[in-house]
Design a binder for this molecule. Sequence first.
Ligand SMILES: Nc1ncnc2c1ncn2[C@@H]1O[C@H](COP(=O)(O)OP(=O)(O)OP(=O)(O)O)[C@@H](O)[C@H]1O
Length: 589
Amino acid sequence: MVSKSDKTDTIFAKGQDEERGIWKSYFKLIFKAKIPWVWMLIVIAVWIGQAQLTLMLPGYSSKIMTGVIEPNVVYGAVAVIVLGTIMGGVVRYMNNLLNFKIDVRYRSLIWRRLMKSPMGMFDNVKPTEMISRITTDSATISSVLGTWLPSTLATVYTTVGVIAVLFTYDWRLSVAVLLYIPINILFTVYYGKWSYRVNRMTFNRLSKLTSFLSELLMSVPLIKTFVTESKEDLRGQQNLQYYYKANLKRSIVNWIENPVNGVLGILQNLIVIGYGVYLLKAGMIEMTEWVGFFLYVGMLSGTIGVYFMVYIELKNSQGATTRIAQLMDNELEEYDHGIPTDKLTGDITFTDVAFGYGEKEVFTELNFTIPKGKKTAIVGPSGSGKSTVLALLQQFYSPQKGSIQVGETPVSEYTLHSWRNLFSVVDQDSSMISGTVRENMLYGVKRKVSDQEIVEAAEKANALQFIEELEFGFDTYVGEAGSNLSGGQRQRIAIARAFLRDAEILLLDEATASLDSKAEKFVQEAIDKLASQCTAVIISHDLSNVKDADQIILINEGKVDGTGTHEQLLQTNELYQEFVRLHQKPSAQ
Ligand SMILES: Nc1ncnc2c1ncn2[C@@H]1O[C@H](COP(=O)(O)OP(=O)(O)OP(=O)(O)O)[C@@H](O)[C@H]1O
């Protein structure tokens, strides 16, 4: 079968190490996700309104603190405080909404792209990595765009305003204070880089831990069977320790920020106090101006603190933006481009088809024909590429060389959706969705189906008895991915689904492998009936399923080793003789 590879050189893994191009990535994401601009502008305007009120406060405070208690000063101060508090509350609420709006747009954009991504992308990316794109990465980006962007613009407004006010008080004192800013920037940049590295390490440890846990929890039966609980316990403890140590480092880095900022703040106050006292004594400034200046400088420190946080946030979001920007660049499947079809109009021919998964070559030169309306069996050693033929047939992948055609028409010229709608598939995994038995039987069935038909399909698939014995019959919940059902029960529901789908081409990949021999015989008869009404391609290790096929294709080492009926291949092909010898059931001898 087409198994998922565990390659780590995925677009996402590459993204984790990509450290450049953050601005490019942000621009790309902002335009791709169509963020709510109007809402964003409203939030920015409210932020700036609130910033303006905050800017006015030290002017009033300095007057009141130095005894200038006139009615217009007091009323002005009260109005600014009350309005500022109300606007502060409103803007935070609006900002939260903006954040959620941006977040849901990114999440739905990522989800839509994932749903339209070609199969090859899913082979290379672990499900936990994809989940992390939709949850953690999109939250990081929306926090930067939704929360930090508007508040930072308001902070820029405040900074410019504060500097302008400072110069109206005294230009010498202002220059002295501003000289200190480069020291602050230097610290911000160095600390930011350091903090980014440590945060990224913690994030990587956490995603390793998450993927370890989800993988192991899905393998509990394997662990129990092979008695590896202690070994896995140890591996889990190690992963937890790595994450703990990364967190310890991170806490030290985060802690350092406060004392250093404190020292820098003291430096700044010393300048204002020392130089200010000198100017006061020399009679060059008034007491009210000096107090006002002092309060505004405090505000300036606050704004620098915000830039500092924004820088850290931007650095920390770098991995997330790069990963999502790369996902946006990924090619998508086009479903409605080409000729629509609702019938298989001729035989399907593979001509000189070469195909591999990445570096791994599977077929070098594959030539065969699947006759319309006939039953074709594909046999070959394990790993020879039988399931890959079914994947190529459904256009999950495109051949690297050669062509697959229906008559004279390459299958790639059909619209992808209409082409895939021609198929009905029952494979050894018998994929289920979490829902009821009925929902699973109807999954992918696009016509109206009566209850009577559902019952008949279940009966033909030998599933009716066990379904009726379930607590809620057809309305019984099957659990996540059908976990409440046995392998054989899942397989019978998948077969019933194939009956209901009633497609032109039936693909069976070890479709009865999980059934006991009594059920298998019964279901096999039903499948044979279904197969006789359409074009069927069957992969089975069970000789009895293969023997009566109109044509058997034997695949080995990337090529077709032989084609013919059971009798023909038995007489002419050594590999087939070997296959028969190995797979003959005692009853068939
Ligand atoms: N998604 C994938 N990525 C990389 N390699 C893959 C992928 N799927 C299958 N392969 C490899 O391609 C080869 C053919 O696999 P395929 O599942 O088609 O073989 P098969 O004949 O159906 O095997 P089996 O009889 O064991 O089910 C194998 O070597 C397999 O490891």
